[in-house]
Design a protein around this ligand. Structure first.
Ligand code: PMP
Length: 424
């Protein structure tokens, strides 16, 4: 029975029971129309209302300013690894082309020649690699544009014996120098690394200020769990399937100045001339934005679930907005970490204290003894504490502490951690 268990899976992840109950009704019969929400047109007025409600709730929660656009795509989080590259490289190229054309006039061959040189020498995408998801994103960038254009400004494994678990100081990052009208096409980081349990404690200082670069952040696993200073980002994205809804959609919060007419994309012909990739139309931000996320068939049911979850938070926290959820998330994480720290001979938290994720709490039991960790998981299951197995690439234990994990769920885990340690 649903009420007998607490689920700590890393994604897909728990959803509020009340939302799922309403979801099962609307699947059969939406607003007494006799047909369900998966059966109605994504271009119907009802679908438009659902989309508008979802945008409104997210805007309220995160205080998203007017100069940002919200997009819904079926890309998953991984599709945005590619989308950020396609879109921001295209903008970088067009900006450069326009500048060169201003200098040399109508001589197309000369423009192309100089542009080729500029691409060869200056096109850089900066990646801060702090865990396996930012690593994957940097690998996708390399696959799309080539290693010569990808600058791994930080590989957090280097300072930590080849393993993720720290974020070295910003003074050690090797960011592409900024200059007016130049600098990297984007700087990318993953705000919360789901597999490795590493979360940026705050927005990096070196990405702020005058001539700040275009910052793209993956918030798949800590979306709407804390306040976000949206204006610092060019692109924020995340899959819905952890804190927001069910699998099937990704949400993108995009600075409007990256859309036409403020920023024009390069033409596909020009990109081909330059041996740079032309992205699929369904990942093209200008196209998705122009069509209010309805360029192609959007899974409106998924948007409805996200909207219900987010509206629930808006109603629960009122003027505190996402700050209300942040307090609860922090409190749950604090209780779990404090318990782990109380028994250092039994538990070892994997990442450094300063960068411990509030969302994915990764730890080892008995120094990572495989049999003992198996027994730990079996004991947890007996108590209805499910989904605690660490990611297959790193092993160990991972308690994912997303928004729909209740305080009582966290307390049940704390009680188990206590009992296990005392009995060990
Ligand atoms: N980024 C992060 C931080 C993730 O945790 C995940 C999935 N767990 C992804 C990206 C990939 O998302 P998707 O499976 O939706 O492509």
């Amino acid at each position: 029975n649903r009420s007998d268990v607490h689920y700590f899976g890393a994604g897909p992840a728990p959803l509020p029971t009340a939302v799922l109950e309403r979801a099962s009704q609307v699947l059969l019969n939406y607003k007494d129309k006799g047909i369900g929400l998966c059966e109605i047109s994504h271009r119907s007025p009802d679908a438009n209302d659902i989309l508008a409600d979802a945008k409104q709730a997210l805007t309220t929660l995160l205080d998203i300013p007017d100069d940002y656009e919200i997009l819904f795509l079926q890309s998953g989080g991984s599709g945005e690894f590619s989308a950020t590259v396609y879109n921001l490289v295209s903008i970088w190229v067009e900006k450069k082309r326009a500048k060169i054309a201003e200098e040399v006039g109508d001589d197309k061959a000369e423009v192309l020649k100089r542009l080729r040189k500029a691409v060869d020498e200056e096109l850089k995408l900066d990646y801060l690699v702090t865990g396996s998801w930012s690593l994957k994103a940097s690998q996708e960038a390399t696959r799309l544009v080539g290693a010569q254009h990808v600058n791994v400004a930080l590989d957090a494994r280097k300072a930590n014996g080849g393993k993720f678990g720290t974020i070295p100081p910003e003074s050690e990052w090797n960011l592409t120098p900024r200059k007016s009208g130049g600098g990297p096409a984007l700087v990318y980081f993953c705000d919360n690394e789901t597999v490795d349990g590493v979360e940026f404690p705050a927005f990096p200082h070196s990405l702020e200020g005058e001539d700040a670069p275009l910052v793209c952040a993956d918030m798949s696993s800590n979306f709407i769990s804390r306040k976000v200073d949206v204006p610092k980002y060019a692109v924020i994205f995340g899959g819905a399937q952890k804190n927001i809804g069910n699998t099937g959609i990704a949400i993108v919060i995009l600075r409007k100045s990256l859309l036409p007419p403020a920023s024009m994309p390069a033409s596909p012909d020009l990109l081909r001339e330059l041996n740079l990739p032309v992205g699929p139309i369904i990942l093209d931000y200008p196209t998705i934005a122009k069509n209010n996320s309805l360029y192609n068939t959007l899974p409106i049911f998924d948007v409805w679930v996200a909207s219900q979850v987010m509206t629930g938070l808006v109603n629960a926290y009122g003027v505190k907005r996402i700050g209300g959820q942040e307090e609860i998330s922090n409190d749950k994480a604090r209780q779990i970490y404090e318990t782990l720290d109380r028994y250092p001979e039994i538990y070892r938290v994997v990442p450094d204290k300063a960068v411990r994720s509030r969302m994915n709490i990764c730890f080892r039991v008995h120094g990572g003894d495989a049999e003992k960790e198996k027994a730990f998981l079996a004991g947890a299951e007996k108590r209805g504490l499910l989904g605690l197995k660490g990611h297959r690439s790193v092993g160990g234990i991972r308690a994912s502490n997303y928004n729909a994990v209740s305080l009582s769920g966290a307390k049940s885990l704390v009680a188990y951690l206590e009992d296990y340690a005392k009995a060990a």
